[in-house]
Design a protein around this ligand. Structure first.
Ligand SMILES: [Zn+2]
Length: 423
């Protein structure tokens, strides 16, 4: 006996409607008009079913702290970092956990069941690290949290930062992070990339660095990251997050750089909502957008995954952790309105994210984990257009979130009519 059948599902790749059968938490079969019975059935009736959304870049330790102890009035990255410095001494483990749990609930409701979160390891007590490791275990039945040891104040710039980072990894943090552009010099930045990649190689861990998150056209840390990836054989296990300086780089240099990124199998993780609001702040007009070259990276075969980065924290006052909002912004900022380009933006918050994080059993094929979302729309482009209701969110074959379809009752004359945007 099957556990669940989703009837008449539209898949992100198009084609005819199929039934998806689930057994023991995994997808058992995917085919049209399946003749089988299950304990439970959902009539999807032509709506889109996607593997759950993936957020490839987030900051769970600072999320939902907006206004604590004050708001970021200039809206700049540097005031955000200063503000986070003011907030850190007053953090408590309980408050970090409470906010992280709330954010996870929002994510699940929006159909995101995997998040890679950076966590600041600069504080020697590792209060936030310990809190998020607890939340990671507690939330494991419902959402995958992957934690990145992130030396926010610079692994070389801040004394003792290397020790705290290594302790965080000893405690069970999953991935090695970094912030080379925040080190004092370009040479120190390159040295931090070497050091951190070696730590990752020794421990058999993945790497995800905040890299060249500036408008400086001469920032060259992604080049170092590629070099160390090649040297240490970390091919396919390293991500460069943000890479915003590539927006401003000289075109000739970029024509050399992008093939090197592809060759090293580096994953690129732009954060469109944050890049468009934080970059270009020193410009008058014209103002640069600051997002990295998504279209060109994808054309070269680089895996590009989008991250949300922030929700209501020192750097960003908005958001409800909706990855479709992220894809929508990425599409606009990258001017990706061609139909294949729009589909690529949908992939950037689903399959590409799963690749960047190295998630096991992600997808819609038999054998994959039954982590699925039923949306109130018919295809990925409608999903981007509408940011529609997540009707069902399914984890391991079990419905863990359910939302009623959105409809509006209009009364324009004598009679009332019902309007919905999906059909
Ligand atoms: Zn970040």
């Amino acid at each position: 006996m099957l556990d669940l059948i989703l009837r008449r599902c539209a898949l992100p790749t198009g084609g005819e409607l199929v039934d998806i059968a689930v057994k023991d938490g995994r997808i058992a079969e995917v085919r049209p008009a399946l003749e089988a019975q299950a304990r439970d059935e959902i009539a999807v009736d032509g709506r889109l079913v996607t593997p759950s959304f993936v957020d490839s870049h987030f900051h769970m330790d600072s999320t939902l702290s907006y206004g604590l102890p004050r708001v970021n009035e200039s809206g700049t990255l540097l005031e955000g970092i200063a503000l986070w410095g003011e907030l850190k001494p007053n953090l408590t483990g309980d408050a970090v956990k409470e906010r992280a749990r709330r954010l996870c609930r929002w994510s699940i409701a929006r159909g995101t069941l995997a998040i890679r979160s950076h966590v600041d390891t600069s504080d020697p007590s590792l209060l936030a690290v310990r809190a998020l490791l607890e939340v990671r275990e507690e939330m494991k039945p419902w959402i995958d949290l992957q934690l990145v040891a992130f030396p926010q104040d610079g692994v070389l710039r801040l004394e003792g930062a290397r020790d705290s980072l290594e302790t965080a990894l000893d405690l069970g943090v999953d991935v090695v992070g970094g912030i080379p552009h925040f080190e004092r010099t370009m040479a120190d930045g390159a040295e931090s990339v070497r050091l951190l990649c070696e730590i990752a190689a020794e421990r058999g861990l993945r790497v995800d660095m905040h890299c060249d998150e500036s408008d400086d056209p001469l920032s060259r840390h992604v080049e170092s990251l590629i070099y160390q990836t090649q040297r240490l054989g970390l091919h396919g296990r390293v991500a460069g997050s943000h890479l915003t300086s590539m927006h401003s780089m000289d075109n000739y240099y970029v024509s050399k750089l992008i093939p090197l990124i592809a060759e090293a199998g580096l994953h690129a993780i732009p954060n469109p909502l944050i890049n468009i609001t934080l970059q270009g702040r020193h410009d008058t007009y014209p103002k640069r957008r600051g997002m990295t070259r998504v279209k060109e990276l994808m054309a070269a075969g680089v895996n590009v995954a989008f991250g949300h980065d922030c929700v209501m924290d020192p750097w960003y006052p908005l958001g409800s952790h909706d990855m479709l909002e992220v894809a929508h912004m990425g599409l606009h900022v990258g001017q990706m309105t061609g139909s294949a380009e729009m589909l690529a933006c949908f992939d950037a918050v689903t399959t590409n994210g799963a690749k960047a994080l190295g998630l096991d059993g992600y997808g819609l094929e038999p054998g994959c984990r039954a982590d699925l979302v039923v949306l109130q729309c018919r295809n990925p482009i409608e999903a981007l257009r509408l940011s529609p209701t997540r009707l069902y969110v399914i984890r391991g074959g079990r419905v863990i979130a359910r939302t009623a379809p959105e409809t509006t009752e209009l009364t324009l004359g004598e009679a009332s009519e019902t309007v919905s945007f999906d059909f």
